[in-house]
Design a protein around this ligand. Structure first.
Ligand SMILES: Cc1ncc(C[n+]2csc(CCOP(=O)(O)OP(=O)(O)O)c2C)c(N)n1
Length: 565
């Protein structure tokens, strides 16, 4: 039938409102609750009306990690729609990741019809009863800034406005909306529109002048300062200003469990990724957007060292327990503090800057020498190592490459240069993120090479079939490099750490950590991808080159790098 539908439904207002907020994609994993959304998309397609692009992603965690990847590259929130309680439940791992790393995303799901008969969209199939919950949002409320269930069809646009203004307000984060089928299917006589343009959001916090002055004084007089970062670089401009400040003031930078590019490893001020040994001798510790700047049970700054903590939420109010000392706590964005410090320090002379610069530059050269020889030694051996794998990536990444790391990438061996070039798994460490995030990153930047580097465990958590399927169907060629130690290495380390003299250590801590690995390269091949398995270090550079060439030519690729522990 060619005639236009007679009546407008709320789902159409809803999609229009998403588009008004600049949402390009609705990553979907549908169910019986989606009928009005499907109808609204079909109507929009028929009339060429601009709405987000719907995309089927055949696992919920993959859908959410794709939205995460897209947002971390663009800064713009996206939307995800899942199936009632069961689909929502499947996504909570990635929601925890997004939440702890302040990724604004509109997570939505259908809500099973609440009426048993009588309305458009009333219950019509068996599962509509059992999928109802007393409080569907209850299972994820702790991980979102706001949640709501849409009550009426004429509310669609205002609900979207409310959801996104909260997601985007500092500190940013996910929000959740459940969408009953009857409400989405309600006939709306007068379309409601997003008031996005008239809802100016609040400015993110900036520091007070006295706080900046105090910190500038500390920097100017410090003998052994150290800067520890975590989320710094979420706004790529952070890294630009940090590099200037660090180099001008000879401030060593430790990106500790960093999730973004904070500083290039080629800068002499990059001093590795662990707080020690510099922390041991520090007289000033500047913590910028780091939830855990050091591990108190293992290391601590000296008594008497001054400590400043800076961040949009420097107390991490959503963390039940966190007890790091602070002599100066500043609630502000990294960028605003760094820029203000730069100005405040202009024209001042630092007490120990040149002596420190010489010392740090020499240390940096020494560290690079060590990293290089460690990697090259791995290359000459008969089994691949993490250092060698990363070292070989130098020949693959260029200044436009986006690197996604689920723990396995190390700038020490493969320095990056560009702000916005590195993205790592959330502080929450919910595994299964990297592969989906790389697809979202590729969707956001189709002209850039996207490389994800992850462990064999992390790869399997990602529902690889679902991810390779999306790469194939949506034409998102990414390069996946698996650091395959056939092991849950972190689990083994934890056992050995706690029970080094225990019975489990007699078996090298392998119990519940061994993960004999199948031929992952065949999984990507099943999705028309280029797959390689590399056992010998000498074969790795060429294998990576072949895989990168395949990706640049439009084919997804995976290199399964066997790295026996
Ligand atoms: C969803 C989820 N389940 C379980 C864990 C616990 N965990 C932390 S590290 C790890 C092992 C990961 O293995 P792999 O990716 O191969 O990296 P490796 O530790 O071997 O370097 C596990 C299971 C987790 N972080 N997230």
């Amino acid at each position: 039938m060619d005639s236009a539908p007679q009546t407008r439904i709320a789902a159409e207002d809803y999609l229009d409102a998403l588009a008004a907020h600049g949402i390009d994609h609705l990553f979907c994993n549908p169910g019986t609750d989606f009928a009005p959304i499907v109808e609204a998309f079909a109507r929009a397609a028929r009339t060429n009306h601009k709405v987000p692009r719907p995309m089927v992603v055949p696992h919920e965690n993959a859908a959410l990690s794709m939205a995460h990847g897209y947002t971390m590259v663009t800064g713009r929130p996206q939307a995800v729609m899942l199936h009632t309680n069961v689909g929502t439940a499947n996504s909570i791992n990635m929601l925890i990741d997004a939440s702890r790393d302040r990724i604004p995303v509109l997570l939505t799901s259908g809500r099973t019809p609440f009426t048993e008969r009588g309305a458009d969209g009333s219950r019509s199939v068996y599962i509509h009863w059992a999928q109802e919950m007393y409080d569907q949002a209850g299972m994820l409320r702790e991980m979102v800034k706001w949640d709501y269930e849409m009550k009426r069809g004429d509310q669609a646009a205002t609900v979207v406005d409310r959801a996104l203004e909260l997601a985007m307000a500092s500190p940013k984060g996910p929000v959740y909306l459940s969408l009953p089928r009857e409400v989405l299917g309600e006939v709306v006589n007068t379309p409601t529109e997003s008031a996005h343009a008239r809802r100016a959001g609040p400015r993110a916090p900036v520091p007070s002048a006295p706080d900046v002055e105090r910190l500038a004084d500390w920097i100017a007089n410090a003998r052994a300062p150290v800067v520890i970062t975590g989320l710094l670089g979420q706004d790529p401009r952070d890294a630009v200003v940090l590099a200037r400040l660090a180099e001008r003031w000879a401030l060593p930078v430790i990106p500790f469990n960093t999730r973004y590019f904070a500083i290039s490893a080629n800068s002499p001020m990059f001093q590795g990724s662990s707080p020690r040994p510099l922390l041991d001798d520090a007289d000033l510790v500047i913590v910028i957007e780091s939830d855990v700047p050091w591990i108190p049970s293992k290391e601590e700054p000296p008594v008497g060292a001054r400590i400043a903590q800076i961040g949009e939420d420097p107390l991490y109010g959503r963390y039940p327990m966190r007890s790091f000392p602070s002599d100066l706590t500043i609630t502000a964005t990294s960028l605003s503090v760094l820029e203000a410090l730069e100005q405040m320090l202009e024209g001042r002379v630092g007490a120990h800057v040149e002596e420190r610069r010489a010392r740090l530059t020499a240390r940096s050269a020494e560290l690079h020498q060590q990293w290089r020889s460690e990697a090259e030694q791995g290359g000459r051996g008969n089994k691949n190592t993490l250092a060698w794998l990363n070292y070989c990536l130098r020949e693959v990444v260029d200044k436009d490459t986006i690197v996604i790391s689920e723990y396995s990438f190390r700038q020490e061996y493969c320095p990056l240069e560009a702000p916005g070039s590195l993205f790592a798994v959330s502080a929450a460490g919910g595994l299964g993120w990297g592969l989906g995030a790389s697809l979202g990153a590729k969707l956001a930047s189709p002209d850039r090479l996207v490389v994800s580097v992850l462990g064999d465990g992390a790869y399997m958590f990602a529902n690889p079939t679902a991810c390779h399927y999306v790469a194939q169907m949506q034409n998102l060629p990414v390069l996946t490099v698996i650091y395959n130690n056939a092991l849950y290495g972190a689990v083994r380390r934890a056992t050995l750490d706690m029970y080094d003299k225990g019975v489990a250590a007699q078996d090298d801590g392998r119990l519940l950590a061994d993960l004999p690995a199948p031929s992952f390269e065949k999984i990507v091949a099943a999705h028309d991808g280029h797959g390689e398995r590399v056992e010998h270090p000498a074969d790795l550079p060429a294998a990576l080159q072949r895989a990168a060439a395949a990706v640049r030519a439009g084919q997804q690729a995976l290199v399964n790098v066997i790295c026996p522990p």
